[in-house]
Design a protein around this ligand. Structure first.
Ligand code: CDP
Length: 214
């Protein structure tokens, strides 16, 4: 079986997941949305009602199953793809994903899931931590105005200014935490998508993948 790994990293709203999903569909790769995995753990922890900031409360990690499959996130076999997008989950996910115990478990699952075949994985630490040997690494960025506007279009009824503040807050937390912060791998290609359409970004990355696969 041919192996090829693509790592896509970037801040919230940079388009990572949308772009990765579409590229995977066009090239027949499997897509793994690592943000969805951290969101699923956050949802589970919130449902348990634990103090989210205390690592000692995370023993449940040994008992739960978190699986990203066919564009769905399964938590103990149940599809929670909608629930993980709840604003409550979004507001807590940076805290939960900053814990070493959570990252160790998720990174282990992510490495195993990408060990074989054609894989595109998106997140914050994929290029330099989860898949340091990826065949192609891209770091996507876009201006904060553009990222907030993209989210605004996805979330009818949302407030643009609030979205902008939430994104900045999450970016700050994700970039400044101790455990595997949001960071560009040295050998990742920086792609500013502010003035690009989703389709332009997809075509550009597909060309890079095909060039490197041949
Ligand atoms: O889609 P969006 O940009 O809102 O974020 P996401 O990709 O769903 O990720 C949600 C959160 O999970 C991020 O804000 C990070 O706190 C965390 N995350 C992480 O720490 N490491 C990753 N590899 C992916 C996500």
């Amino acid at each position: 079986m041919k192996n090829f790994k693509v790592a896509i990293d970037g801040p919230a709203g940079s388009g990572k997941s949308t772009i990765s999903k579409k590229i995977a569909a066009q090239l027949n790769f499997s897509h793994i949305d690592t943000g969805a995995m951290y969101r699923a753990v956050t949802l589970h922890a919130m449902n348990l009602g634990i103090d989210l900031s205390d690592e000692k409360n995370y023993d449940f990690l040994d008992e739960i199953e978190v699986l990203y499959l066919n564009n769905k996130i399964l938590l103990n076999g149940i599809d929670v793809s909608k629930e993980i997008r709840d604003p409550e989950v979004t507001s807590k996910v940076s805290l939960v994903s900053s814990l070493k115990i959570v990252r160790d478990k998720m990174v282990d699952l992510q490495k195993k899931a990408a060990s074989q075949g054609l894989v595109i994985m998106d997140g914050r630490d994929i290029g330099y931590n989860v898949l340091p040997d990826a065949d192609l690494k891209i770091f996507l960025t876009a201006s904060i105005e553009c990222r907030a506007l993209r989210r605004h279009k996805e979330l009818p009824g949302s407030n643009l200014q609030e979205l902008k503040e939430d994104l900045l807050k999450r970016d700050y937390a994700d970039s400044n935490r101790k455990e595997s912060p949001l960071k560009k791998a040295d050998d990742a290609l920086l792609l500013d998508t502010t003035n690009m359409t989703i389709d332009e970004v997809i075509s550009y990355i597909i060309c890079l993948i095909l060039e490197r696969m041949n």
